[in-house]
Write a protein that binds this ligand. Structure first.
Ligand code: FES
Length: 250
């Protein structure tokens, strides 16, 4: 097997991840909180943002989940999306853009519908992540629907080399599985069901999130409604069904 590591791009600062290169436009007028009378906000997006705001004593703490909700709605944190979040949260678009441009899972440019983040940090790198990234880029063949990028440690080093596919962790991914993986993503199927972190056995199956007060403070009286965090989501297709469909295809 030939190594393709030299083909993985490095950015100016020597890293494989892009970093923060967009300079602020200091010629712009100071932003103001958008006028609710002239800023239409989809009802479901407004409800989701408000549900996140209700979870925190300082509603600015909901900026990240609110922006993530807007990104799911619009496909990226577009100027329109940021205006809508700013309107609901009574913040300036500039404040929210500073948050969106810092966190690299919030997209401030249009991207493909499917996010494929290949970890190229140390553990994955030592296990062939550069080859994996190059192979996925090759297999995608320029499909604009796929947002493929390298990423810093995704916290699943024990399944290196790994990738996050629309928030579903898969690994270790072998090079000869890349064609199947990309075909599954394009078809909207569960990515490599047998390689999903969510389907792995755990050391302590009875382990549960502690009930009641923790060392981090008292328990919240009740959970405000809202979708799960945008990372580490379960595959939308139940693993059992996905396994069966995979078996049927072979
Ligand atoms: S180094 Fe890849 S998940 Fe940690």
């Amino acid at each position: 097997m030939s190594s393709r590591r030299s083909e993985v791009p490095r950015f100016g600062h020597g890293s494989r991840v892009p970093g923060w290169d967009d300079a602020a436009d200091l010629r712009k007028d100071p932003a103001v909180v958008p006028d609710a009378a002239t800023t239409p906000v989809p009802a479901d997006l407004r409800a989701e943002i408000e549900s996140h705001m209700a979870k925190y004593p300082d509603h600015r703490s909901a900026s990240i989940p609110a922006l993530a909700a807007a990104q799911r709605h619009h496909g990226w944190c577009s100027p329109e999306a940021i205006e809508q979040v700013a309107c609901v949260m009574a913040l300036t678009p500039g404040y929210l853009f500073s948050v969106a441009s810092f966190y690299d899972m919030l997209e401030t440019h249009p991207v493909g519908r499917h996010s494929i983040f290949v970890c190229t940090n140390i553990s994955c790198s030592l296990c062939g992540a550069d080859d994996l990234l190059a192979a996925i880029v090759d297999a995608a063949d320029g499909d604009p629907d796929l947002n493929i990028r390298s990423f810093e440690c995704l916290g699943a080093c024990d399944i290196a080399p790994m990738a996050s596919v629309d928030g579903v962790y898969v690994g270790p991914v072998a090079l000869d599985e890349v064609g199947t993986l990309v075909a599954q993503i394009k078809a909207g199927e569960a990515p490599l069901p047998a390689r999903q972190l969510g389907g792995r056995a755990v050391a302590e199956p009875l382990a549960a999130i502690p009930k009641g007060p923790t060392t981090y403070g008292g328990q919240m009286p009740e959970e405000a409604p809202g979708p799960p965090a945008p990372v580490e989501q379960q595959s939308p297709i139940p693993l059992q069904d996905a396994d069966q469909s995979e078996e049927g295809a072979t």
